[in-house]
Write a protein that binds this ligand. Structure first.
Ligand code: XBP
Ligand code: MG
Length: 247
């Protein structure tokens, strides 16, 4: 029986990359006097590496070996990432990054149906509150019984660790949960933890490999709790009129 929904954040709850993370990384680089500029195309490639600190290290290793050759590289990356988080949380707190269509409604329907809610994300915890408070109001965080974010587990997605952590803190088996993801890396993580997963690709992840997904949808608009329950029990779900198209 379906008991909990576990949500990824970046790309799933909101399209945070274009208006949030990428500009925040670039602002941190400028502030540190670095000539690094991550454009849309490069950022799309860099998303293969999850986690901001890990992404900076990956970029520098490939494109700025002089930076990674220094002894204090770990501290410098940590400082860059702290600045990036400051820029991101400021941007997000303005409310300029809206939730994706259908997200707020699904969260309300899940709560009304007595489902438990959790978050399993690679992003830094402060980013989650900065994004959700303007979008969902003061009770935004208390809606989620469990929030697994950032460095709470050492191995980030596509490792299943953050989903296993969420299951452990919910005290539920994977078979009682559904996950929501937008990326191939995220899907690998949720499936690796044994959780059936609905994928709503975003602009940065469309075209990735979503093999094994329970459903692939344009967005969460029109999704009813009965659809989720039926998917979890493996029943064929007839697609009603007005339902988001399956990609
Ligand atoms: C999100 C990420 C995060 C953000 C940046 O992936 O990879 O690293 O891009 O956040 P997912 P931080 O949606 O699969 O969780 O800079 O705070 O790490
Ligand atoms: Mg994501």
């Amino acid at each position: 029986m379906l008991q909990a929904l576990i949500f990824d954040v970046d790309g799933t709850l909101a399209d945070t990359r274009r208006d949030g993370h990428r500009p925040a990384f670039n602002a941190a680089f400028r502030e540190a006097g670095l000539d690094w500029e991550w454009d849309e195309v490069l950022y799309c490639e860099l998303l293969a590496v999850t986690g901001g600190k890990e992404r900076i290290l990956h970029f520098a290793t490939r494109h700025r070996p002089d930076f990674t050759g220094r002894q204090d590289v770990t501290e410098r990356i940590a400082a860059l990432h702290r600045a990036k988080t400051r820029h991101y949380t400021r941007l997000a707190a303005t409310g300029r990054i809206p939730l994706r269509p259908g997200v707020a409604h699904l969260l309300d329907k899940a709560r009304a149906a007595g489902l438990r809610l959790a978050i399993a994300t690679t992003t830094t915890p402060e980013n989650v509150s900065a994004l959700l408070l303007p979008a969902l109001g003061t009770d935004a965080l208390s809606r989620f019984e469990v929030i697994g974010a950032g460095d709470v587990v050492p191995a980030k997605k596509p490792a299943p660790d953050i989903y296993l952590w969420a299951l452990q803190h919910l005290g539920l088996p994977a078979t009682a949960c559904l996950a929501f993801e937008d990326s191939g890396n995220g899907l690998k993580a949720s499936l690796g933890a044994g959780i059936a997963t609905v994928v709503t690709p975003c602009d940065y992840t469309r075209g990735q490999d979503f093999s094994g997904a329970t459903a692939i949808l344009d967005n969460l608009e029109g999704l009813a709790i009965t659809h989720l329950q039926a998917w979890l029990s493996g029943a064929a779900v007839s697609v009603p009129r007005g339902f988001p198209s399956v990609i």
